[in-house]
Design a protein around this ligand. Sequence first.
Ligand code: GLA
Length: 387
Amino acid sequence: MKTIHKICLALALILPACSGGQPQHPAETPALKDVYKDAFKMGAAVSSFDLSGRNPELVDLILKHFNTLTPGNELKPESLHPRPDVWNWERADRYVDFAVEHDMFVMGHTLCWHNQTPEFFWNDKDGKPKSHDELVETLRSYIETVCTHFKGRVDAWDVINEIVSEEGGYRDKGWVHAFGGEEYGDEIVKTVFRFAEQYAPDTELYYNEFNVWRPSKLEGVLHLVKMLQEEGIRIDGVGIQAHWGLNYPKNHYVEEAIEKIAALGVKVMITELDIDVLPLSKEGQIIGQAMRDPQFQLEEFEEFFDPYKDGLPEEVEKELADRYEELFQIFYDHRDVIDRVTFWGPHDGSSWKNGSPIPGRTNYPLLFNRDLTPHEAFWRVAAIPGK
Ligand code: GLA
């Protein structure tokens, strides 16, 4: 065999992405959780619908590649406790029991958040704002009820989600707004983590946040962790939500965030990973609902905003693969401090990115296509630990 052929064959074996002929059937892929078993847990946020068995191949894919699950919506306050006199456990129990039965690390997402939380958490039955003490009691009894219910089945809680502002203070929304504004942020964080420590003693306790890479926001997250540590309140880790794009955030920001959080001695997790390939959010996170305005559904915007309805062009497939490869290289290089990487969804068809920030588009943010075949990005990610 000519030397050049030998080199090509060797490359094709170690770097499936370069072979151009990698298997397309989902059953022929290596299991991500095995490929990364010495690095970190590999997870996905999946829904009850995904686990329902209506698509048995999807359940196989989830069980094959992931050893930790995050319920997309099932354990959020509006799902568990939609009205003052109603608690819904059935769907959440089925979900959590499925994960326990399959020996997966189960994430409780999330106890305290400004979103997907009914108004009655903050206002009394006459619609009047609750007093300070009533708010503290609402938090206490909710955390007690939920953590006690899932005791021994949920392994870790996202205790608070997204309370830090882009500037590094606190967002004046939800609980912060109900308590009276930003100056109550520190108190709320301490109160909530104290209750979590009290009622969920055998679980890990995390803070979860988006745009943590932004230096001003990172300062706010570091402040939150240090404050809890100085008060002797337990926090075990920080989840860096990774709703990112093809060219943002810049890699050095991601590395700085991982390293500065790890320097505080807590675990780092990459949570909610997806890479938006569509305008405008392939280049930056759009916060808020502005792009839901019906004008953006008009015919004249369609070609620009929703360009890949009939399939992902090869050059974008490659850009997606390059982006995933560089990010997983960073994660793998930091495997001594990263405990878990979780994708926000198992495949493109189930991603929230088809509906946000603009509804009704066709996005390709994950490692698996709608028909569960792997993207080129899958092979690049799978090749990193063996390099
Ligand atoms: C946030 C939340 C998740 C989920 C995603 C979008 O980042 O933490 O629970 O709602 O947004 O789907």
